[in-house]
Ligand binder design. Structure first.
Ligand SMILES: CC(=O)SCCNC(=O)CCNC(=O)[C@H](O)C(C)(C)COP(=O)(O)OP(=O)(O)OC[C@H]1O[C@@H](n2cnc3c(N)ncnc32)[C@H](O)[C@@H]1OP(=O)(O)O
Ligand SMILES: O=CC(=O)O
Ligand SMILES: [Mg+2]
Length: 737
């Protein structure tokens, strides 16, 4: 790896070339200034980050001491809280305050709706996610189990007319509920048209035409007023398009000629450089940054073959309509994009410091992803991302207010490097570590001028909870975790503290991921709870899930819910700190084996694709064949769970090894059609298997139970052994045609 020396740093040549030749031109920042400034930032922030990591270790040591001290009663929360205050785990609460963040886009501050997350390394998926601002309700209902229909939907099968009719009826009923006519039903309409700036529905039976019950829900149209191609409706700030085409297969069978109903879906998307990607070296980091650059310049494309056809995907244009008053109305064609950087605990050898040590990766991410954001801010992009002039960075895995303050200082320093006005770089704070939940108001206070979201990342949060009580005793089964007192307190407090800190109307209060991408009926039943709990966004794993989850925000006016909740105080801290320990473990041998197999199968199924193929987010079928979204956070939970049960002898090392052997065959079977897959059961000394072993057998001593160090080490070993095992890149997509 050849390097260029600038200031105190030695920068990988490929990264330097990428930054100098691709990122910086057009930003007004020259390369020497960028790298020299970056070198100063590294010199300032590396010791601070190392201190923060040392403090995490000291904190866990103090916790271990508390939890294992003779006579310690895990049920005595009062005593624990006192000690946690003494060791500084619980910080001083700030006085009442309101955040002062400005220049926030409507998608974050004012409109409630789904947030999509996508691995930014996959250009095809990333483009799909950006374009998921708009999605077909017909397709989402027809193509999933959200609309129960005994016939099912078989991918690739001929169109099932009965199922299609059911979907169309369902959508009309939805419209009757959220955008009703003043009289009659949408199902009976034979023609929609625009007269005198209002929407008119004819019924074709001689009865009088009807307008909308709430005429202001008519937001615009395109095409001729007497026969629009599109009618645009709006409810709770979210739009729905009725599309008309009597010559299309669907429209020709429809009384009113409706060919599709398109819902505004993913209002925002998190382009992820963190837990859903496998980026272990400079080559991978450049792929991450190059895709983000393509998104911020509006030039990213991906070519691939689908259904026998060659497709090229690019960013969707904005959408234009005639407003009811005759003026032109433009709506964004794409999700508002945020970028999730890595946490403070990651280091990258893409750049080495004066002691030849890898530099903090979060510092590199902050500088480069913000520099890339300049293309959007300075008008150098073919498409616009932030209309409010902000760059949105999501910062994960911060432990407590000092670490938020550290990120805040880092962002401020990057702003100076890039000549940005203070607080142009906004911060999303993942509430996903225990010390952040316990001090949430202080965390928000530490970034009060730039915070744009708090979000319950319950997956990492569960992993951290298990790691926290590693020494205290065996934890409950994974599926029982959600019923533990800490979880309810965590979710309620996040909303209540967010509202108390003035996030309403300025920022997002978000809920976590739906991790069963194929179970859309279950998602529809359960995720409606998120807006009802006062969250103005919640994570979804796919564009289809975004379109369906958007419906929840039509039924619940989150602004009204938040106004109501504003007087509800946060739950006390005691339940939040109640450990999820199995009080009198009485699991049968079969239950223990089932729990172990379930965890090991998830670990192996995810890790083999990560390490051997560089795929950071996978849908892994569980033992009941339910596809689960697995990423590094779900891996953290499973590996910590096994490590905890090993630590407390619920399972033995032999049990774990036997489970790993059994589950290897199952995972091999699940991947039998995957090109280039190397069976685990025939490769038990290979890097994937060894990574999985390290994750469980060394899990108790991994700082905070993080999986990154182990995954990176073994992925690098796999790449060294077989350098062709690359993750999907646009180039490879093209090459594989
Ligand atoms: C705890 C946390 O940190 S959670 C955050 C990290 N998690 C994520 O980012 C989840 C992202 N989701 C994903 O990566 C995927 O949805 C998976 C891996 C879970 C499932 O992927 P697949 O098995 O390929 O999905 P499936 O076959 O059902 O659908 C594929 C199609 O959906 C699209 N798609 C699926 N997920 C996404 C997504 N998140 N964004 C954009 N498009 C997506 C694909 O582009 C593809 O469409 P295309 O063929 O037109 O390009
Ligand atoms: O990042 C999200 C989580 O749940 O963890
Ligand atoms: Mg997380």
């Amino acid at each position: 790896m050849s390097r260029r020396t600038i200031g105190q740093l030695r920068i990988d040549h490929a990264l330097d070339d990428f930054v100098t030749q691709e990122v910086l031109p057009g930003t007004g920042v020259d390369a020497t200034r960028f790298w020299t400034g970056f070198s100063e930032i590294v010199a300032t922030f590396t010791p601070k980050i190392l201190n923060a990591l040392a403090r995490r270790r000291l904190m866990q040591q103090a916790v271990d001491q508390i939890l294992t001290s003779p006579g310690h009663d895990p049920g005595d929360i009062g005593a624990q809280i006192k000690t946690l205050h003494d060791v500084g785990y619980i910080a001083k609460e700030p006085k009442a305050f309101s955040i002062t963040t400005t220049h926030v886009d409507d998608e974050i501050a004012r409109i409630a709706g789904p947030q999509l997350v996508v691995p930014v390394t996959n250009a095809r998926y990333a483009l799909n996610a950006a374009n998921a601002r708009w999605g077909s309700l017909y397709d989402a209902l027809y193509g999933t189990d959200a609309e129960p229909y005994t016939g099912g939907c078989i991918p690739g099968a001929a169109f099932d007319t009965a199922r299609g009719d059911l979907v169309i009826r369902r959508v009309r009923l939805l419209l009757d509920e959220i955008m009703p006519l003043a009289r009659g039903n949408h199902a009976d309409v034979t023609r929609y048209h625009v007269t005198d700036g209002g929407l008119v529905a004819d019924f074709g039976d001689g009865s009088a035409p009807a307008g909308l019950r709430v005429p202001a829900q008519f937001a615009g149209f395109s095409g001729p007023a007497h026969a629009p191609r599109v009618v645009l409706l709006r409810n709770n700030g979210l739009h729905i398009e009725l599309c008309f085409d009597r010559s299309s297969a669907i429209g020709s069978r429809d009384r009113a000629g409706v060919s599709d109903v398109i819902a505004e879906s993913a209002l925002s998307t998190i382009m992820d450089c963190e837990d859903s990607v496998a980026a272990v070296d400079v080559e991978d980091k450049i792929l991450v940054y190059r895709n983000w650059l393509g998104l911020m310049q509006g030039t990213l494309t991906a070519s691939f073959r689908k259904g026998g056809r060659l497709l090229e995907r690019r960013l969707a244009p904005d959408r234009h309509y005639t407003a009811p008053d005759g003026t032109t109305l433009a709506l964004p064609g794409r999700s508002l994009m945020l970028i999730r950087n890595v946490g403070h605990h990651m280091f990258t050898d893409a750049v080495l410091d004066q002691a030849d040590h890898p530099v903090p990766e979060g510092v590199l991410d902050a500088a480069i992803t913000a520099a890339i954001g300049l293309h959007d801010l300075r008008g150098g992009s073919r498409t616009t991302n932030s209309r409010a002039g902000s760059i949105y960075i999501v910062k994960p895995k911060m432990h407590g207010p000092e670490e938020v303050a550290l990120s805040n200082a880092l962002f401020a320093r990057v702003e100076r490097l890039l000549d940005l006005a203070p607080n142009t770089i906004k911060m999303g704070i993942m509430d996903e570590e225990r010390r952040t939940s316990a001090n949430l108001a202080a965390c928000i206070h530490a970034a009060r001028e730039r915070v744009v979201f708090i979000n319950t990342g319950f997956l990492d949060r569960t992993g951290d909870e298990i790691h926290y009580c590693m020494q205290a005793g065996p934890v409950v089964r994974k599926a029982d975790m959600r019923a533990e007192p800490w979880m309810a307190a965590y979710e309620q407090r996040n909303v209540a503290i967010g509202l108390a800190c003035g996030l309403k109307g300025k920022a997002q209060i978000g809920k976590g991921m739906w991790a069963m991408p194929d179970r859309m009926a279950d998602m529809m039943a359960q995720k409606s709870a998120h807006p009802r709990a006062g969250a103005n966004t919640a994570w979804v794993p796919s564009p289809t899930a975004a379109t369906l989850h958007a419906l929840h925000y039509h039924f619940t006016d989150v602004a009204a819910v938040q106004a109501r909740l504003q007087t509800v105080p946060p739950a006390p801290i005691e339940p939040l700190l109640t450990l999820p320990l199995a009080r009198t473990p009485d699991w049968s041998a079969a239950e223990i084996r089932e729990e172990l197999d379930n965890n090991i199968q998830g670990i192996l199924g995810y890790v083999v694709r990560w390490v051997d193929m560089g795929i950071g987010c996978s849908k892994v079928p569980d033992l009941h064949d339910v596809g689960l979204m697995e990423d590094r956070a779900t891996l953290r939970i499973s590996s910590q769970h096994v490590a905890n049960w090993l630590r407390h002898a619920v399972v033995s090392e032999d049990d774990v090894r036997a489970s790993m052997a059994r589950m290897s065959s199952i995972v091999d079977d699940q991947n039998r059609d995957e090109a280039g897959y190397r069976p685990l059961s025939r490769n038990m000394t290979g890097p994937a298997f060894r990574a999985a072993s390290d994750l469980v057998f060394k899990g108790a001593v991994q700082p905070n139970g993080y999986t990154e160090a182990t995954l990176h080490r073994w992925r690098r070993a796999a790449k060294d052994a077989a350098p062709h095992t690359r993750q999907t890149t646009p180039e490879l997509d093209r090459a594989s045609l």
